[in-house]
Design a binder for this molecule. Structure first.
Ligand code: 8IG
Length: 272
């Protein structure tokens, strides 16, 4: 079996050939609700179904078609990755991070990870966009688990002190001063948390909870890319609000926020 790093290199070569883009500058992984706004960034020059690329697994969540869209924004080659896959779909950590590894292998030195999440801080309500300052990985796995990476694909161990790049956060804050910062706790899901688990996450210092992003951030950093994380708070986490959580409210928050998400991404891509 091809190791996951060489598999992503193969997928990157296929992506380059199919898209005509020799090297990307920025990859943006689109979470729930982010696609519509992101597509408004500019004219989509090319769309490659991930089903045609080596190593990609199909998403199972409705509204997550697997595609890599290429477009030029402010002189930068941008890859929009839609159809994120998760651990809770039964995928391995390597499969979850394969799109990010592919984008980095295709040249992207900046990786923007977007998601929809639950909010622990009642003053940061549904519809808020929060920049991720740091994360707590509660998935009990790592995308680097397994055989050591082959030469040229990152080290055995990786320092995560600056996982969510301070430099990128400074640049993003200058362009979007309205953004607050939060700490994202990544759970495996797909169940939402119990109120006791949300109390645990809050006690640990988390302000956001979700089921994605943490493994992708580690994998991107491991390969030397700079990471920016953006969360759309779609619901207040269990026990924070009186109403039960449901997936429809997640989709609704995305629809309502789509325009501001697109506007924000446009301002950020120009400066990242
Ligand atoms: I949207 O409340 C969304 N995703 N773990 N908890 C977790 N993931 C989420 C939540 C939430 N809301």
């Amino acid at each position: 079996m091809t190791n996951p790093y060489e598999l992503s290199q193969q997928a990157a070569n296929e992506l380059r050939a199919r898209s005509g883009v020799d090297a990307y500058d920025i990859a943006i992984v689109l979470g729930s609700g982010w696609k519509e706004g992101a597509e408004a960034l500019g004219t989509i020059a090319n769309s490659v179904p991930t089903a045609d690329l080596a190593g990609f697994v199909a998403p199972t969540v409705a509204g997550h078609a697997g595609q890599i869209l290429s477009l030029e924004v402010a002189g930068k080659q941008v890859a929009l990755i839609s159809g994120r896959v998760h651990l809770y779909e039964g995928n391995t950590a390597h499969q979850v991070v394969h799109p990010v590894r592919t984008a980095v292998a295709a040249g992207a030195r900046t990786v923007v990870l977007t998601n929809a999440c639950g909010g622990i801080d009642p003053t940061i309500g549904a519809g808020s966009i929060v920049m991720i300052r740091d994360h707590i990985n509660l998935t009990a796995t790592s995308p680097m688990e397994g055989a050591a990476p082959p030469d040229g694909y990152g080290a055995r161990f990786v320092d995560l002190t600056d996982l969510y790049s301070q430099r990128l956060r400074d640049v993003a804050h200058a362009a979007a001063p309205e953004l607050s910062e939060g700490v994202y706790a990544g759970f495996r899901g797909p169940h939402y948390e119990t109120p006791a688990e949300i109390n645990m996450a809050r006690t640990m210092g988390a302000t956001l909870v979700g089921m994605s992003t943490v493994l992708e951030a580690i994998a991107a950093r491991h390969l030397g890319a700079d990471v920016l994380g953006l969360s759309l708070v779609s619901n207040l986490a269990a026990g924070v609000s009186k109403t039960p959580l449901n997936h429809l409210e997640v989709l609704e928050a995305g629809e309502l926020a789509a325009r501001s998400l697109g506007d924000l991404l446009g301002r950020l891509v120009a400066v990242l």
